[in-house]
Design a protein around this ligand. Sequence first.
Ligand SMILES: [Cu+2]
Length: 272
Amino acid sequence: MISLVCPSMTAAMLLLASSVAFAGGSPVVFTAHDYGFTGPERIPAGVTTMQIVNRGQDLHQIQLLKLLEGKTAEDFRAAVAAQPGQIPGWVKFVGGPNAIVPGGDALATMPLAEGEYLLICLIPNEQGIPHLALGMQKALSVKGGKSVAVSVPKADVTITQEDFRFGLSRSITAGIHTVRVLNHGTQPHEVVVVKLAPGATASDFAAAVEPRTAMPPPGAPIGGVVGIERAGDAFFTAQFEPGRYGLICFFPDRATGAPHFAKGMALDFTVR
Ligand SMILES: [Cu+2]
């Protein structure tokens, strides 16, 4: 079991100038609203780029879960209703595009095997209720093969996740980058990429949204990858502008429940 902890904030200040083009095959598009997802019911297996388009007033993400042991979306709904704040142990965290501000969009690419999946948003509203409990759960069947084989994208930067720190393979320059995220830890980790307000650090941002406070947090998320498991990897593409950025993991420590950023998973860097 894992508790639901994630970033949150109301709206935001920084919109991506335009959609980021992507080389890894045409994306499967899901629209997020307050509170639900619209998009396809079924997609082919293989390397898949997923795009979230945020048409809501709050931050949204797509955490993609693979349902194990023959469980269904209805089983998940019942389990979460019975034990709010807990994710059942029979799901696998397989990535998805992370938090994006209203009006924005974000992309992530993952290899998807055939099976039954669920899209959820773990981000809480201002009352602390995760969006998945407000309706942001959508079933997705992955079946059959693609008509055209798509290979994993070519990344020019790698972010490694450990228990509990981020590593960056090189400095990130201004422009569009495809980033590989690799979990070298033992727990599921995410990476939220935040464009920081002047003078703020990733820890400042994390502390302002977890627990959620009334004031606007000092920065705006521009995507990243939601939870992936040990030895898992995923890719995201984002447009970086010169300035200060942060990488943050809000997932809870399995032993203590403390958010990973409080244990060291908050990294600041500068884009030039
Ligand atoms: Cu983590």
